[in-house]
Design a protein around this ligand. Structure first.
Ligand SMILES: Nc1ncnc2c1ncn2[C@@H]1O[C@H](COP(=O)(O)OP(=O)(O)OP(=O)(O)O)[C@@H](O)[C@H]1O
Length: 738
């Protein structure tokens, strides 16, 4: 009976049966033969062939002893013996089959029980039992002892960068999607289990990525635990040393960055006032600024999201012009400011997070000498935008693309700055690479002692495993110093090679491989966590894979490092065959972004100027009119001339604005077309070797009027047709209408 036996097993049995069909058919079909067989089994008739095993069996050919049925008397014992061994074989097979059936039944029953139990725990949404078992077994094998309390990290330790990981609990939406918790937090290790199928397509396996950090907080840990361990030791350190401390929360959307950061803000508020009170001899005041960087631009969160400008003063210090700094005299006031700032952040609902932040929020707490004096110390809390947003730089929606590109760029720049900061021999900190790092310059380049804490937040859900690995990889590299002598000396295979040669020296192909990982059949047999607690650590990802996997920012990394190479490699093949000469770079390239952003800035400024000019003209017009109405001016010819000038000026102002608007719309159109080119839909872009590219100066000196642009053939990839924006400055106004 085949019921309940899996297809493959059934066919296996069929095969076995087929294998014995021929010897059995003449002798064993009847019950009589079966009944006779035990007795026959005892036969000790000699083997005529004189051989043991299968070779000793009688021939199965038709002419053989069993084949024709014409057995002689002398051959009878041999037949009996053959029959006996066949029956024995059948019995054994039957017994095995029965045992397997029982085992299968047992497995099925225990799976059902386990599924019911798991389903009850997960509100009826049963995750994959096999993967669940594998992860449980992994955890059991590690026997991770969770410390009852975390020792506070020493902020005075020589290394300037502390990297921690916080795993949040699994959320309802993940349970509803039957997701498993695939992150094992076992301080100081964090392991992400990626669920995979082997090459046969049916065998399930786990790929476990292990990393080691300064601290790893599991889902049971509270924000107080995190604060006590990493943030609370920083406050006395800042007071004592006059230091600059910067805490970052990094991770994908919904991983708990804002949750962690708001908790830290609250706890810091409470602790700070206490400590400042205790250190009364320092005579310090506490003030706060709160701003966000959205789309590469700072906005003041304590001043109704007023747009801010970053400037550099004569001493090369970065200043944020117009940023409000509110003095606070008690924790409640400070908390109110923080709440206000958090409420004004740019958010958007996503499938994962109803209030997903789309910006980097930067809350700066200043400790100043009383009376608005110089800065004694500073604590900066940065809630970074979701790291996965970087992938939006390939979105089809322009706004998302701009956001994504800026986030990508800033996270990459941040990584490089922190790495450079940690490496004491690193002379160059590339803080100018993004607005985020520019405004945080103090954190990286400061004559005062500086300390950086990175809290990497990860979601435990199986669907987030990729992002979690990327987050851990990013965080892992913060402590990996590009020119670290140790790493080079270790010569630790590819990792060492990469550290010693730097990313620039990698082959372009490598660099472009993004997240691809080399298959690693041995990953499951990697050493247990206890065995990997040494740096450099990158867990089970083989060195080569690590080398290849430049995380999701690799393309941007490349852009920043070598734009030319990028342009040549990324020109869509499609775009290389049509006959056009296209503009500066694909949309992801810095020049294209810079051009776009220049237009955006310009259109807002021009509109503002137009309004101001209009208001001024209106005032002048009203004065003129009232003069005539009240009989103060009798020269109506003069009056008509003045009115004419005003109206002409108004027309000019608004014509200019309309030109700008047309140019801006054309720029948006070009962006879209370039994006399409980048996706393989567009037209050709010449490489630098093939033809001239517009010089960066075209950004400032646009070449043709939008009116001409309207008459163009509609190919927005033509750099010669970049619209011109007339500038309107106060100095350009005709003197006679002033
Ligand atoms: N440790 C935690 N314990 C309980 N709930 C948490 C924890 N971490 C996060 N959450 C919850 O997860 C959800 C998402 O968290 P949060 O908004 O902090 O994510 P995020 O990383 O800031 O996302 P985004 O980048 O989209 O803003 C929130 O509902 C939050 O309450």
């Amino acid at each position: 009976m085949n019921v309940g036996i899996p297809t493959n097993r059934r066919s296996a049995q069929a095969g076995q049966n087929a294998g014995i069909a021929r010897p059995r058919s003449p002798e064993t079909k009847t019950g009589a033969n079966r009944a006779r067989s035990p007795a026959l089994g005892k036969s000790s008739a000699p083997n005529p062939s004189g051989l043991n095993g299968p070779a000793a069996r009688p021939s199965m050919t038709p002419g053989g002893p069993l084949g024709s049925g014409s057995l002689s008397k002398g051959s009878q014992p041999t037949v009996r013996r053959v029959t006996s061994s066949t029956v024995e074989e059948i019995r054994r097979i039957d017994a095995n089959r029965e045992q397997r059936r029982r085992q299968a039944e047992e497995v099925r029953r225990s799976r059902q029980e386990e599924a019911a139990l798991l389903g009850a725990q997960c509100g009826g949404h049963v995750p994959d039992i096999d993967f669940h078992r594998m992860i449980q077994n992994y955890r059991l094998s590690q026997q991770c002892p969770q410390p009852t309390r975390f020792e506070p990290l020493d902020p005075g330790a020589p290394e300037g960068v502390i990297v921690c990981v916080r795993k949040r609990p699994i959320m309802q939406h993940e349970v509803t999607n039957s997701e498993l918790d695939c992150v094992t937090a076992c301080n100081p290790c964090a392991v992400v289990h990626e669920t995979k199928l082997k090459v046969d397509g049916i065998t399930k396996c786990l790929e476990s990525h292990q990393f080691e950090f300064d601290r790893v907080f599991d889902e049971e840990c509270t924000t107080e635990d995190v604060y006590t361990t990493v943030a609370s030791p920083i406050v006395p350190w800042v007071l004592a040393k006059g230091g600059r401390a910067t805490l970052f929360a990094y991770g994908q959307t919904g991983s708990g960055k804002t949750f962690t950061m708001t908790g830290i803000q609250r706890l810091l508020t409470e602790q700070l006032f206490e400590h400042v009170k205790r250190a009364s001899s320092l005579d310090l005041t506490i003030s706060i600024s709160f701003f966000e960087i959205y789309g590469g631009r700072p906005f003041d969160l304590l001043n109704n999201r007023q747009r801010l400008e970053t400037l550099e003063d004569a001493n090369n210090e970065v200043q944020i012009a117009g940023l409000v700094e509110r003095g606070t005299s008690n924790p409640q006031e400070m908390q109110q400011c923080i709440d206000l700032g958090n409420s004004l952040r740019t958010t958007q609902g996503t499938a994962i997070n109803r209030d997903s932040s789309r910006s980097h929020a930067i809350c700066v707490v200043f400790l100043r000498k009383a009376g608005g004096g110089s800065i004694h110390g500073k604590v900066t809390l940065v809630d970074l935008a979701g790291s996965e947003r970087a992938a939006d730089s390939k979105s089809s929606i322009r706004q998302r693309r701009v956001e994504g590109a800026q986030i990508n760029k800033s996270l990459l720049a941040l990584k490089e700055c922190i790495r450079a900061m940690g490496d004491r021999r690193e002379a160059h900190v590339p803080f100018r690479a993004s607005k985020l790092t520019l405004v945080l310059r103090d954190a990286f380049i400061s004559r005062c002692p500086a300390k950086t804490v990175m809290i990497a937040c990860i979601s435990p859900g199986m669907a987030s495993a990729d992002h979690s690995v990327n987050t851990l990889r990013y965080s892992d590299r913060l402590k990996e110093h590009p020119r670290s002598g140790k790493a080079v000396e270790d010569g630790d295979s590819a990792a060492g090679r990469r550290l010693s040669t730097g990313i620039r020296n990698q082959s372009p192909d490598r660099k472009l491989q993004g997240n691809r990982r080399s298959p690693s059949p041995n990953k499951l047999e990697r050493p247990a966590m206890a065995g990997i607690r040494q740096r450099p650590n990158s867990g089970t990802v083989p060195d080569l894979a690590k080398d290849e996997t430049l995380d999701l920012h690799s393309e941007e990394e490349l852009l920043d490092e070598d734009l030319e190479e990028y342009e040549d490699k990324n020109a869509a093949p499609h775009c290389q065959q049509a006959g056009f000469q296209a503009p500066a770079a694909p949309p992801a390239a810095p020049q294209a972004w810079a051009e776009s952003r220049l237009w955006e800035d310009r259109i807002v400024t021009q509109h503002m100027h137009a309004l101001q000019e209009d208001a001024r003209l209106l005032t002048k017009e009203s004065e003129l009119l009232s003069q005539v109405q009240q009989g103060a001016a009798y020269d109506l010819e003069w009056y008509a001339l003045e009115v004419d000038k005003i109206v002409r000026r108004k027309v000019e102002v608004y014509m200019n604005l309309m030109e700008d608007l047309a140019a801006f719309k054309a720029q948006i159109k070009r962006d879209e077309a370039h994006h399409a080119c980048g996706q393989g839909v567009g037209t050709r872009r010449l490489s630098r070797a093939e033809g001239p590219q517009p010089a960066p100066s075209t950004l400032n000196v646009p070449q043709t009027s939008p009116r001409l642009h309207a008459a163009m053939d509609g190919n927005p990839c033509n750099p010669q047709r970049t619209p011109r924006t007339p500038r309107l400055h106060a100095g350009e106004l005709p003197t006679d209408v002033r």
